[in-house]
Write a protein that binds this ligand. Sequence first.
Ligand code: FAD
Length: 374
Amino acid sequence: MSTMAYPAKDRPWVEKAEELAAGFAPAAAQTDQEAALPKDNLRRLFDAGLDAAILPEEQGGAGLSFRAFGRIVFEIARGCPATACIWLMNTGAAETLIALSSPETSARYVREFRQGKRFANALSEPTSGNLFLNPVQEAERLPGGDWKLEGAKRFVSGAELADYFLINVSIDGAPAFFGVERDDTLEIHDIWDALGMRGTRSQLIGFRGARLKRENRLGPPPEGRQNLIGLGLPWLSLGIAQAAYDALKEHARTKTLGATGKPLSHAQWIQFETAAVHARLTAAKLLAEHTLALADEGSAETNILALEAKILANQIAKDIAELGIRVGGGLAYTKALPFERHFRDAQAGGLMAYSSELCHLFVGQYELGVQEPG
Ligand SMILES: Cc1cc2nc3c(=O)[nH]c(=O)nc-3n(C[C@H](O)[C@H](O)[C@H](O)COP(=O)(O)OP(=O)(O)OC[C@H]3O[C@@H](n4cnc5c(N)ncnc54)[C@H](O)[C@@H]3O)c2cc1C
């Protein structure tokens, strides 16, 4: 991707991700078909030091820029979207727990994360859905200052591998965030017979009296804090979009139309539609890249821009995958060509919080100066 700039010090990390992701691509169809956790891919990313690289240098990391982080999510998603989704959730949950916990708890998470323990986001509730920052499941206060949760979280990517969960609950009607270590009060229910992103195995977790320890409660985020997952999500869709685009080009150039004896790329409608999606893919990447450049500067503007970047990225991924199916024809309706998988995987981005619809609502309200939603 020629347009994307990131600091030179981050180049080795991006190159490692590119190299690893190229190796993930051949098995992506099998991961999808078997709905299998891409454990080996995740282990390779960890062994290459990419997980720890997101930490600041004083915590033994590489102090990776947001621009390089986005590019890494993009490259992994281009090779295997399920791997990219779990990796984004693992690094995002770990970063939040490390950044917002007390110094003692944070130091423990740093140690565990650097040793390969895995983290997951367990924020979505069956009832509050997209409005995951406003949980409705009320925690019960215990004598001594801890709390207890009887409830459930849904769509927890990589849940079966996770050692720690970032969760949220309502305490006296206000949202509260905790780190929770896996124990036998957590029950994982297999609900993931999914349309796409099947290797994420984003399961339902039952919390059967899970103890929310006072010392593991997160503090409030400092002013201007950037959120790794919010910034990374557009790149998950852009990686899928790029994989679909690459496959489309390859197919159009190599498949000959029997009647004309020429490759599909000579069909005018395909040239026209390729140009249209390519222009939008480039624009979506540039907006997502601009958002990350501002995040690296600590700008508060990223709150809205990240939503706009997500809108464009989610839609272009779906549109390129759909074009791939049309260009591929009947065979693209089968697993003989990769487009049906791209098409299924591409639906996830717009559903993942904030959904495309909610992103539109928030951006529209911001632009129109609407304070109270209608
Ligand atoms: C592949 C995948 C991986 C995921 N991984 C994780 C994970 O690791 N951790 C995690 O916590 N969650 C995860 N999620 C959950 C995801 O991020 C969303 O939070 C969840 O899908 C939204 O809840 P819901 O599906 O019940 O949708 P709802 O929120 O019930 O949405 C249903 C519809 O209503 C619309 N809608 C919702 N709220 C409003 C509103 N206020 N006004 C107007 N329209 C509205 C939505 O746009 C949508 O069209 C994952 C989801 C997917 C698909």
